[in-house]
Design a protein around this ligand. Structure first.
Ligand code: PLP
Length: 382
């Protein structure tokens, strides 16, 4: 049996998105800036996709900038505000994705001051502390909607209301929540919001940044003025069309998908926690419906992933980016987990394509794998 449980890293492109994209590689290959019929056809598809992605987020079409993905969206938002001010103070959290975290670290080197808010043991940002950290020169608050490693949903409504009260722009990285939690920017105090196609069954290399009308960003790139000058370069029309189709499907089926994934997630959590010295990471209730994350005492995460892989199961430890560095996950450390325990982490992330049979196979397989690894572990028995 082959089981893909690493949907927070990337998802399978859905057939509907592939079908929608194909003509834009073959007959409809025009440049959306060209004046002839090929160009107009591409432009029409691009603008229709913009409307679809806008509807997915509850935005207006002119508030959507297409990008190359979540990383670029985060960079355009954070650095776009920073460049416009030239100096100032930014508030973010200790558990952000590297796309936001490393961008803030870079700005710190460039002379900006940055507050990295700590989190509680569930990975939740303290909203009152955030308000206390505000300064006269605070230019931006950037806090993610839901965490990619532990699935914790941050209180972005409350954070956004504080930002509004103080007239500070608020950016949120919604790459993991889009398609799993309802997002409606018209009714959310959010000024900028990042999403990525390949995390919701669209193709890789495409994303979007919602920029509320009136929010001004300085462009990081200079060129032909595409995407309101914020993202010059010939538009990836095929990718954008596939992304829009994936958003459309995600919006239609979000309720059922989230409910179904939530059930499987709870079965996984219940089953895994029966293993001796296993612990849930992230928030017990305020978490993504597709995320089940844990750590196991006396286990080395990389070995666990390879053993599971040899049994046909794809999962991850730490985040896909940080796992290669062999450093304990900054997210788990921020929740107060000891480094040696953080090294024994496991993240299961589901998609709408996962089944009960796959969950049962995983739960039958995991205890034996943990037992084998503990037999050869210098950290076990504790
Ligand atoms: C995957 C991810 C990103 C990066 O998105 P890409 O499209 O791969 O650049 C950013 N933020 C979060 C929370 C993510 O999970």
């Amino acid at each position: 049996m082959k089981v893909y449980f690493d949907n927070a890293a990337t998802t399978r492109t859905c057939d509907e998105a592939i079908d929608a994209m194909l003509p834009f590689f073959t007959t409809k290959f025009g440049n959306a800036s060209s004046l002839h019929s090929w160009g107009r056809e591409a432009r029409e598809a691009l603008e229709k996709s913009r409307e679809t992605v806008a509807a997915f987020l509850g935005a207006d079409a002119d508030e959507i900038i297409f990008t190359s993905g979540g990383t670029e969206s985060d960079n355009i938002a954070i650095r776009g505000i920073a460049s416009r001010h030239g100096s100032g103070h930014i508030i973010t959290s200790a558990v952000e994705h590297p796309a936001a975290l490393e961008t803030c670290r870079y700005l710190e080197k460039k002379g900006f001051s940055v507050t990295y808010l700590p989190v509680d043991r569930y990975g939740m940002v303290d909203v009152e502390m955030l308000e206390r950290e505000l300064r006269d020169d605070t230019i931006l608050i950037s806090i993610m909607h839901a965490n990619n490693e532990i699935g914790t949903i941050e209180p972005i409504e409350k954070i956004g209301r504080i930002a509004r009260k103080h007239g500070i722009p608020f950016h949120t990285d919604a790459v993991q929540s889009a398609g799993k939690l309802p997002i409606d920017v018209k009714n959310m105090p959010v000024d900028m919001l990042s999403i990525s196609s390949h995390k919701l069954h669209g193709p890789k290399g495409v994303g979007a940044l919602y920029v509320k009308r009136g929010v001004k960003l300085e462009s990081l790139m200079h060129g032909g003025g595409h995407e309101r000058g914020l993202r010059p370069s010939t538009e990836n029309v095929a990718g954008i069309v596939g992304f829009a189709r994936a958003c459309e499907i995600a919006l239609d089926s979000m309720k059922e998908d989230a409910a179904a994934m939530g059930k499987l997630r709870d079965i996984i959590i219940g089953g895994v926690l029966e293993i001796e010295e296993s612990y849930l990471t992230g928030h017990p209730t305020e978490r993504l419906p597709n995320n089940a994350s844990f750590y196991f005492r006396g286990i080395e995460g990389e070995s666990l992933i390879l053993m599971l892989d040899s049994m046909g199961i794809a999962a991850s430890t730490g985040s896909a980016c940080s796992s290669k560095k062999l450093q304990a996950s900054h997210v788990l450390l921020a929740t107060g987990i000891r480094p040696e325990d953080a090294h024994g982490s496991l993240r299961i992330s589901l998609s709408r394509y996962n089944t009960r049979e796959e969950v049962d196979y995983f739960l039958e397989t995991l205890p034996g794998v943990i037992e084998e690894l503990r037999k050869i572990s210098p950290l076990w028995p504790k």
